[in-house]
Design a binder for this molecule. Structure first.
Ligand code: KIV
Length: 271
């Protein structure tokens, strides 16, 4: 493996992440898409690499994640897995690739065979059956709720979710159903900080937040946002390159700030 070099002693597994939650230690996730970035993130102490379908917007130039295909995802999961031998690699199931249990089984297997250790899918309680079948067959699942970008056309834009009481109740319900179905991680995107805190406290599985306050068990940011490559960065993101001299420095600062609960700060949070 040409790129791998690590500051992590051993491989991160879902057991590592569960233990970190139990011990109140935060873990760090970066959404990235290629081997050199994967190697640098591993070297900087990032535990989880998400090969997100955000790649449709960040590297392929689409205006949403809807056009992303399984072939795009497999190509990038393979690249990231060549760059890291210690991080837990999470592969995103793209739009409509898990519309049925059979689709989910077939496409999740393809991501695992490409080098992912876990798959992520977007959706609430409607995907409980899919989560349960994948989990029964030995595929760890991260369930992504809140702002789920594959549903941008249904939401009518990229909007904070769970702001009213009914929306908040639905997110709490979805979280509980997905945990019961066998999800190993819950990812909360763009939800009010107080709600994310409450969900995190009620879950025995770890939560990863993005735009979900500082009380989640972990944080995730997209590499383009960390490096200031996004023309109109979202409120919840931060350009860590501004205060660092190079990319490993920016990744290291992000890791340090998450671990010390310095990131996200108040200006990155939705109330
Ligand atoms: O696709 C992605 O990168 C994601 C993160 C923004 C959470 O889902």
């Amino acid at each position: 493996m040409a790129y791998a070099s690590t500051s992590l002693d051993k491989k991160t597994s879902i057991l590592t992440l569960q233990k970190m939650k139990q011990e109140g230690q935060k873990f760090v996730t970066v959404a990235l898409y290629d081997a050199p970035m994967a190697a640098m993130a591993q070297h900087s102490g990032v535990e989880v690499l998400l090969v997100g379908d955000s790649l449709g917007m960040t590297v392929l130039g689409f205006d949403s994640t809807v056009p992303v295909t399984m072939e795009h995802m497999i190509y990038h999961v393979e690249a990231v897995s060549r760059g890291s031998d210690k991080c837990l690699i999470m592969g995103d199931l793209p739009f409509m690739s898990y519309a049925t249990v059979d689709d989910a089984m077939r496409n999740a297997s393809r991501l695992m065979q490409a080098g992912a250790h876990m798959v992520k899918l977007e959706g609430g309680s409607w995907c409980a059956d899919i989560v349960s079948k994948l989990s029964d067959r030995g595929i760890p699942v991260c369930a992504h709720i809140g702002l789920t970008p594959q549903s941008v056309n249904k939401f009518g834009g990229f909007r904070v979710q769970g702001r009213d009481e009914q929306g908040a109740r639905k997110l709490m319900h979805d979280a509980k159903v997905l945990e019961k179905a066998g999800a190993d991680i819950l990812l909360l995107e763009c939800v009010p900080a107080a709600l994310a805190k409450e969900i995190t406290e009620q879950m025995s599985i770890p939560t990863i937040g993005i735009g979900a306050g500082k009380d989640c068990d972990a944080q995730v940011l997209v590499i383009n946002d960390i490096l200031g490559l996004t023309p109109q960065p979202p409120k919840f993101s931060k350009n860590f390159l501004v205060e660092s001299k190079d990319i490993p420095g920016a990744l290291g600062k992000y890791v340090e700030d998450v671990k010390n609960a310095q990131f996200p700060a108040d200006e990155h949070i939705f109330n």
